[in-house]
Design a protein around this ligand. Structure first.
Ligand SMILES: Cc1cc2nc3c(=O)[nH]c(=O)nc-3n(C[C@H](O)[C@H](O)[C@H](O)COP(=O)(O)O)c2cc1C
Ligand code: SF4
Ligand code: SF4
Length: 251
């Protein structure tokens, strides 16, 4: 029994979840989704295939959609989804199921792990509570998956159009005057959407709103232009068990 675990993560919640899960699932390999971004065709061959990713606006990151649309499933694997989120995952299972049906497959099981938010930031106490519960939550997910349950996610007609179907500047990221041009944001961006010009980070139009650049900037020089509460007043966050190097190695 072999398992492939495709993972997207901007601040480590999903990456640490994938690492924990990989220890419990048989013959499991974790594949970073950003590393597949420019592949026109992706051949997928395993007995079980999982997707681990953060929720953005009750949906999966747009990059997941384009990567799954490039996948050719060599057999009919058992396919599962594990999202990480602060608490609201909407109908992501139906969206994932509809996407997989475009590839001649379907979603067998959908689970979630609650972890600190990296957009709307929770309190330190809430974060500590969620982080402390992560290992048990992932163990419970693994125990469920090892029974290879079947759920019916198919809904017809398809759910509401996805709000994040295409990369877009939903809340455009910008660098501030005190940017030192170090390039960390450009290196960590899963879409290669940032370039450094004249010692300053410039964002393009191919943004997932993943906020990796915001959270990993050593100078706190990135903010989101948003109609909501000024994000500059929010905290930077990353999962305590990941490093910048971990995130860079996902590309
Ligand atoms: C743009 C954006 C939108 C988000 N939308 C949701 C949401 O709709 N529901 C939710 O529970 N969490 C939401 N979150 C929080 C993330 O899903 C959550 O923090 C996730 O675990 C981050 O995973 P990562 O560390 O692997 O990137 C959002 C985060 C971002 C950056
Ligand atoms: S990581 Fe921050 S300081 Fe470095 S180039 Fe990007 S915005 Fe500027
Ligand atoms: S520009 Fe920032 S928010 Fe947009 S995709 Fe790149 S790292 Fe993510």
């Amino acid at each position: 029994m072999s398992t492939l675990l495709f993972c997207f993560s901007a601040t480590g919640n999903s990456l640490t979840t994938a690492r924990l899960l990989a220890k419990e699932l048989p013959d499991c390999t974790v594949v970073p989704i950003p590393s597949l971004r420019n592949r026109a065709e992706i051949s997928v061959c395993a007995d079980a295939v999982g997707f681990i990713y953060p929720i953005y606006y009750s949906d999966m990151p747009a990059l997941m959609r384009s990567v799954i649309r490039s996948m050719n499933f060599e057999n009919n694997p058992y396919i599962f989804s594990v999202c990480t989120c602060r608490g609201h995952f909407g109908n992501v299972a139906q969206r994932m199921d509809a996407l997989l049906r475009e590839r001649g497959q379907h979603l067998h099981c959908s689970l979630s792990v609650r972890l600190p938010g990296n957009s709307r930031i929770s309190t330190p106490e809430q974060n500590a509570e969620m982080l402390a519960a992560q290992a048990d939550a992932v163990h419970a997910v693994a125990q469920t998956l090892l029974t290879y349950p079947e759920e019916d996610h198919f809904v017809s007609p398809a759910p509401e159009p996805s709000p994040v179907d295409k990369p877009c500047n939903m809340r455009s990221m910008e660098s501030e005057d005190h940017c030192i041009g170090c390039g960390i944001c450009a290196s960590v961006c899963p879409m290669d959407n940032i370039r450094i010009e004249n010692g300053r980070a410039l964002m393009g139009d191919n943004c997932l709103s993943c906020m990796a650049c915001f959270h990993w900037c050593p100078e706190k020089a990135i903010w989101m232009r948003t109609a909501e509460e000024d994000i500059r007043r929010r905290f930077q966050y990353h999962h305590p068990d990941v490093t910048l190097q971990d995130m860079l190695s996902m590309k």
